[in-house]
Ligand binder design. Structure first.
Ligand SMILES: NC(=O)c1ccc[n+]([C@@H]2O[C@H](COP(=O)([O-])OP(=O)(O)OC[C@H]3O[C@@H](n4cnc5c(N)ncnc54)[C@H](O)[C@@H]3O)[C@@H](O)[C@H]2O)c1
Ligand SMILES: O=P(O)(O)OC[C@H](O)CO
Length: 354
């Protein structure tokens, strides 16, 4: 479907003021959806040259080459200008910089303003998710999380896409559905913020594993085994931390896992593929030139799982390959020869192996 020929129709007729924070791939994709839905989008980014390019050319070549942005988009490097009149603020800042940006500008947010994290990562210090950072830094706001199978490069082409808004406040869920929903973008609702957010962060690790497996050409059965055991592992982890296991049956769980583990459009998958072909992690990340959150999430989840005694053989195996110098062949052999266990452990409890 061509992005040039697309005609839009939002589910809501009301045109609103909104803000998007972060001028990368996903910030640009969500800005495009919102602007095509007729909203005024205050698009905050740190790079003045990039803001000028968006204002003057309607493009963001560094992150979305060849894509034309239309509608009422107001790029700015002034944070206060971006958020002051916004009914809802969408945050697409990588997890490493997320708290610093929100903390620095906390005073600019309004009471009861809707603030939605689009970021799929975890903060190193204290294993905090982005909604928890928002709650700590700007508790005066109403918080939501948007996550799902959402490759930015497809959204900007108006390819059919669905996502999930998770929020406790029903008005937050309805408002976000109204702002973003259109003929190519569908927004489903959930209340399990922690599960939706954790699913988005965890699947990046398994996308690296799947990319690595693809590089080795392990076969179709192996692909299915990996994705399904990834789902078992990530839901085991999330449930241990208090998430609802049913969330993992939805778009933010299995949906995002499938798209990220099967597509070379995923940056995490591409990093895994490059490592599988013999590149170092550093070279693979540098070659990408964009964020691949799974690289950082891997280390945090491995440490957290060990501390909490949660069995995560795929996380441990990937960590050993990337950081421990283990051979891929030896790790695969270790995984295949481990104790044969329960398929769905919510039905048949797993035999404890450690
Ligand atoms: N790209 C996708 O398909 C996609 C889809 C869904 C969710 N996400 C998530 O969105 C988040 C952002 O990813 P992205 O794809 O936009 O990454 P990206 O690499 O394309 O862009 C990152 C952007 O963040 C900006 N940035 C970094 N540090 C900053 C700071 N300190 N202050 C201000 N801006 C800063 C960069 O300048 C850049 O514009 C990630 O957590 C990612 O997992 C991405
Ligand atoms: O390109 P990735 O690997 O960061 O994945 C992008 C989105 O999270 C897919 O839903």
């Amino acid at each position: 479907m061509s992005q040039q020929s697309h005609s839009t129709s939002s589910h809501s007729d009301q045109k609103k003021q909104v803000a998007v924070l972060g001028g990368g791939s996903f910030g640009t994709a969500i800005t495009k959806v919102l602007a095509e839905n007729g909203h005024t989008v205050h698009f905050w980014m740190r790079d003045g040259n990039q803001a000028r390019e968006v204002a003057e050319q309607g493009t963001n070549q560094r992150y979305m080459p060849g894509i034309q942005l239309t509608g009422d988009i107001r790029p700015t490097t002034d944070f206060s200008t971006a958020v002051q009149s916004a009914e809802a603020v969408f945050v697409a800042i990588p997890s490493k910089a997320f708290r610093a940006v929100i903390q620095q500008h906390a005073a600019d947010f309004c009471n009861d303003q809707i603030v939605v994290s689009l970021t799929k990562g975890i903060e190193r210090h204290g294993f905090k998710l982005m909604s928890e950072i928002l709650q700590e830094e700007i508790p005066r706001t109403r918080i939501g999380v948007l996550s799902g199978p959402n490759l930015a490069g497809e959204i900007v082409n108006c390819d059919l896409t669905a996502t999930v808004i998770a929020a406790k406040d029903p008005d937050v869920r309805r408002t976000v559905q109204g702002l973003l929903g259109c003929e190519y973008f569908r927004v489903y609702a959930n209340v399990d913020i922690y599960g939706v957010e954790l699913a988005g962060a965890l699947k990046n690790i398994y996308a690296i594993v799947s990319g690595l497996a693809a590089a080795l050409d392990l076969g179709e059965n192996a692909k299915a085994m990996l994705i399904t055991r990834s789902l078992a592992e990530m839901s085991r982890f999330a449930v241990s931390l208090g998430a609802n296991p049913m969330t993992f049956m939805g778009l933010a769980g299995v949906g995002d896992l499938v798209v990220t583990c099967t597509s070379s459009k995923s940056r995490n998958y591409r990093v895994g593929y490059a490592v599988g072909k013999g590149a170092s992690l550093e070279d693979a990340a540098a070659e990408l030139g964009q964020v691949a959150e799974g690289i950082h999430t891997l280390q945090l989840v491995k440490e957290k799982a060990e501390d909490a005694g949660i069995y995560m053989p795929l996380v441990r195996g990937l960590y050993e390959i990337i950081h421990g110098g283990a051979s891929i062949k030896a790790v695969i052999n270790g995984l295949m020869m481990a104790v044969q266990n329960s398929d769905v452990e919510f039905i048949l409890p797993r035999t404890l192996t450690y």
